[in-house]
Design a protein. Structure first.
Length: 987
């Protein structure tokens, strides 16, 4: 037995397969060595949190059917994104999320490579050719650039396995192969990306149909394999039906042509198959640093399969264009035509838009999956031709011609055809030799041409060198791509952020006590200084969607491609990624986030590139300041706040030079302003605000305090003078003054602050000039003067939390990277309403968004509920007394106790959705859709036990269909095997 295993393991086939399996461990070594977590971009936003939350639910003993953590609640299993039934995602059940994510992703690439190798070998390609196909597919632009879309790469990884099983069944007609084919289709469905699944199924069906005509003797077998693809879909009904139900209730149900063609591949991006970073797009960390200047997003448009791969594909077609080679060539061309989408001439792509199922999905560029796989297959067949051809002279001619043409086009791409906006990653004029993005493709082209020439001449080891160069070409591109910017294992993912601890403590560790609302687009400051996006640390620490799921914090925002359409309209026309439609309204007079039990508003601090302090050379009193004043605008009623940032200046004192204008009537000691400093703790990173009052007569004074016409009537004293100057005006000669004030605080790091003027009833036109500000560290005698580049412009005009009506939002302060405000109009998770009004959907939204009825009267949601139809209950608010409490909260079940002296409607601040049922005292009742999209139930007077339970019929029906299909398939398989065995015995 040992001798047999040793013989099997030492065969060239086994060695090649092991090479394919081992390659991702080298390719993703930073993850293997536990330095990074393979979840950049959407991996962190969507895939990691969803999988971690689903696994946690299972460990807690709950089926992961409903997700209470985003968008006010939505289906989790039905959304399919977390791939609950896909085995490679089960690592999350046994390992911590960061390790599980790496295991999931790396194993996916291993599966993809092995499947491609087996399929190529089944297609009569030699070992070197099959190894080439596997390595190209495994490291292709599509699979590597979509590493953040875990469910896409998992679906794509099974594509070659499905094709392999079609070939196996076609060749043998073995019932076990039919069973395997159906099971693989089901697994591909369970991976959880319907778009990639549909594209893969269409390709698989087309391949089976082609093979049926290419292999006349096996025609029936290949045609039957199409039927077993359908059987596989039946096996996956348990996933398909709830996903279809969710799709009908999501934004995709009304997908427009513009939505359908979003992120079509610009035709000019065909050049990136030769020069992948022609528009920039590298990670910016190592070799390729040119900033991306193309349309968003590079990751969706990256289809690079290698220059050598392109050359090999052309050689395969030119040397021996058999049926399979032609088929894969057609696949590559048709799929590429589909990727360009809206760029089709004469708007002909609208024809595709009217094809059912296809028109449900956006991003035509994702047809690059079929393009890259076809190129991988053709490259393997090209290696086969190089190895097997006996006509060396013709072969050399074809190789040199194909290689020369590809090289010439590459040179033209990086010189004459390169985009006008191309920039270097540093300050220097653009030239060919300064930009690796330009000269490296040319180097690769000529090295590839040389390697092909050696292989065509039959040189020893040339084929091996060719395979290695194919992989190195792709690795050179992929090792500099976006996955290198994945979060680190010892970063924010390794700890609970302070903001999450704060929410957990405030909710008494009951996630259902209240929700947060994460502002996806940072709005603490809207200036050119603020960064447009958060880094990984900031993303997690501000509990952005869906990072909050990792800490069991429920968020009214979220990120999911299947966001519920009605919830989106209710929550200020919220986008699928959680951005608000009109925050200036919804965060002020709107009641939508009161209804949604939002207690805390989370915004990100600005990510600002702050220059160092200026030298402190100007002395006023005992303090030093910058030589030039700040040049800050005068603070007055229409521009009340001056904000600034600082590069973590350690200080224990702040010194200011200021003066008042139009302030003679301000009484002595009146607080005319506030000085606030934002500090950061070195150990915990926690941020807090320190505040000091700015008083007339003590800290600042009227600049014309000594003017003859007001000196006797001015109502406040002269503060400590910083410096004076002579004035000769119509009122006479006098001195104007600026004043110095200092405030002490514990030694800490200052990262920002603000100076605000307060309105004065005694001086309506009061204004405050701020000339100098210095941060002083008395223990080191170091002074850091503020510089005008630290100032945040247009502070008063921005719609930031401190400018929002304080009757609505109470500032809590800064915690870590988050700025938090508390909702003073918070409604509980559940309440009893004793009045009901029937309104249309549009009228309901108008009432919710304005907080008023059409007649101008205020709407009190805790008193009056908005319903779709008249209730058979005599509601009377004049005699109403009652309360409701949540006694048990689970993802799929909410149990409550209520008590009321009259008829009422229990309102639960959770999304209304098919599959939710309700019982009152054990008897089934009707779930009402109230307040546009919340759940409710009518209750008679008295004490009641109410239970909302999520038991979707779509899952139950899908499970029944899956089990029935499984039973029929297994029964057919057993019957076929017995029949086959009986026939063999009879022969």
């Amino acid at each position: 037995m040992i001798r047999y295993l040793r013989a099997r393991l030492t065969t060239p086939d086994t060695f090649a397969a092991l090479t394919v399996a081992f390659t991702p461990l080298i390719y993703f070594f930073p993850a293997v060595s536990a330095r990074i977590v393979l979840s950049p971009d959407d991996g962190l936003i969507l895939n990691l949190p969803l999988r971690a939350a689903a696994a946690q639910m299972l460990r807690d003993g709950h089926l992961p059917l409903w997700n209470p953590y985003i968008f006010g609640g939505m289906p989790l299993f039905g959304a399919a994104q977390c791939g609950l039934l896909f085995p490679l995602n089960w690592f999350f059940l046994f390992f911590k999320p960061t390790l599980a994510m790496n295991l999931t992703v790396i194993s996916t690439y291993i599966v993809a490579g092995l499947g491609a190798y087996l399929f190529a070998r089944r297609s009569d390609v030699n070992i070197a050719g099959a190894l080439t196909t596997a390595l190209v597919w495994q490291a292709s632009g599509f699979l590597v650039s979509h590493i953040s879309h875990t469910n896409i790469i998992q679906t794509a990884s099974l594509l070659p396995w499905v094709l392999w099983s079609i070939d196996r069944y076609g060749a043998t007609r073995n019932p076990r192969c039919a069973l395997l084919l159906a099971a693989l289709i089901a697994l591909q469905t369970f991976a959880g990306h319907p778009q990639a699944l549909l594209y893969a199924l269409l390709l698989a069906a087309a391949y089976a149909l082609f093979m049926a005509f290419d292999k006349p003797l096996k025609r029936k077998s290949y045609l039957y394999s199409i039927a077993f693809i359908g059987v596989g879909v039946g096996l996956a009904a348990v996933q398909i039906l709830p996903t279809a139900e969710l799709m009908r209730n999501s934004e995709r149900a009304k997908a427009t042509y513009e939505f359908f063609t979003m992120l079509s591949l610009p035709p000019k991006f065909a050049l990136t198959f030769l020069a992948p970073y022609l528009w920039g797009g590298g990670d910016g960390l190592m070799l390729f640093r040119a900033p991306y200047t193309g349309p968003p997003y590079y990751g969706e448009f990256a289809g690079y399969a290698g220059l050598l791969t392109i050359m090999l594909a052309v050689i395969a077609l030119a040397i021996k264009s058999d049926g399979r080679t032609k088929f894969w060539c057609v696949v590559a061309l048709v799929a590429f035509a589909l990727t360009i989408g809206r760029f089709w001439p004469f708007d002909l792509y609208r024809i595709v838009y009217h094809i059912p199922l296809l028109n449900l999905f956006r991003v035509p560029a994702r047809h690059l999956m079929e393009v890259d796989f076809a190129l991988a297959v053709l490259a393997g067949r090209g290696v086969l031709m190089l190895s097997a051809s006996r006509h060396r002279t013709r072969l050399v001619f074809v190789v040199l011609t194909a290689g020369a043409i590809a090289s010439a086009i590459t040179v033209a791409s990086v010189t004459y055809l390169r985009p006008v906006g191309f920039q270097l990653g540093r300050e220097a004029p653009v030239s060919f030799l300064r930009a690796p993005e330009l000269f490296m493709p040319v180097v690769v082209a000529f090295v590839s041409l040389w390697a092909l020439w050696r292989a065509a001449r039959g040189r020893r080891g040339a084929i091996t060198l060719l395979v290695i160069l194919v992989w190195l070409d792709l690795a050179l591109w992929g090792q500099m791509s976006g996955w290198r910017r994945s979060p680190t294992t010892d970063g924010a993912l390794s700890r609970v952020p302070p903001a999450a601890r704060f929410v957990q403590e405030q909710n008494a560790h009951h996630a259902w006590e209240s929700r947060i609302l994460s502002i996806v687009d940072p709005f603490y400051v809207h200036t050119s200084l603020a960064a447009a996006s958060l880094d990984t640390e900031g993303f997690i620490e501000t509990l952005q969607p869906n990072a909050s799921m990792l800490y069991r914090v429920q968020n009214a925002a979220g990120s999911d491609g299947f966001g519920l359409a009605r919830y989106s309209r209710l929550a200020d026309d919220m986008e699928l990624w959680g951005a608000l439609g009109n925050p200036a309204r919804s965060l002020n007079e709107g009641r939508e986030f009161d209804l949604l039990n939002v207690r805390y508003l989370f915004a990100a601090r600005p990510r600002i590139d702050v220059p160092p302090p200026l030298p402190a050379t100007q002395s006023y009193g005992d303090y030093l300041f910058a030589a030039q004043n700040l040049g800050a605008p005068m603070l007055k009623s229409d521009e009340r706040v001056l904000r600034f940032v600082a590069p973590r200046v350690r200080a224990d004192q702040i010194a200011l030079v200021t003066s008042l204008a139009y302030g003679a009537e301000v009484p002595d000691g009146e607080v005319i302003g506030r000085v606030r400093l934002l500090t950061e703790d070195n150990q915990t990173g926690e941020r807090r605000m320190i505040e000091f009052p700015l008083r007339a007569g003590a800290d600042t004074s009227e600049w014309a305090h000594d003017r003859p016409d007001i000196i006797r009537s001015i109502r406040h004293r002269l503060a400590t003078i910083a410096f004076s100057w002579a004035v000769d005006g119509k009122e006479g000669k006098y001195e104007g003054h600026n004043y110095i004030a200092t405030f002490n605080f514990p030694n800490t790091a200052v990262v920002g602050g603000e100076i605000e003027i307060l309105p004065s009833a005694n001086a309506p036109s009061l204004s405050l000039s701020v000339l100098h500000v210095s941060l002083v560290n008395k223990s080191t005698t170091v002074t850091a003067p503020l510089r005008r580049e630290w100032l945040i412009k247009n502070a008063a005009a921005s719609t930031e939390p401190s400018e929002i009506n304080p009757a609505r939002w109470q500032p809590v302060g800064g915690i870590g990277e988050a700025i938090i405000h508390e909702n003073r109009r918070l409604l509980p998770r559940a309440w009893l309403a004793h009045e009901a009004r029937v309104e249309t959907d549009d009228v309901k939204l108008e009432i919710i968004r304005t907080g008023k009825f059409a007649d101008g009267n205020l709407w009190e949601p805790h008193r009056t509920v908005l319903v779709d139809k008249f209730l058979n209950a005599p509601l009377d608010s004049t005699k109403a007394e009652g309360e409701v409490v949540i006694v048990r909260y689970e993802p799929n079940k909410v149990a409550l106790k209520s008590s009321s002296t009259s008829f009422s409607v229990l309102v639960l601040s959770e999304n209304f959705y098919p599959g939710w049922s309700v019982t009152v005292d054990g008897r089934k009742s009707e779930v009402l859709r109230v307040d546009y999209n919340l759940r409710g139930v009518a209750l008679p007077p008295g004490d009641h036990k109410v239970e909302f339970i999520y038991r979707p019929k779509s899952i139950l029906l899908g499970l029944a269909l899956s089990l029935t299909t499984s039973a029929l398939l297994l029964g057919w398989c057993v019957w076929s095997l017995k029949t086959s065995k009986r026939n063999c015995i009879q022969r």
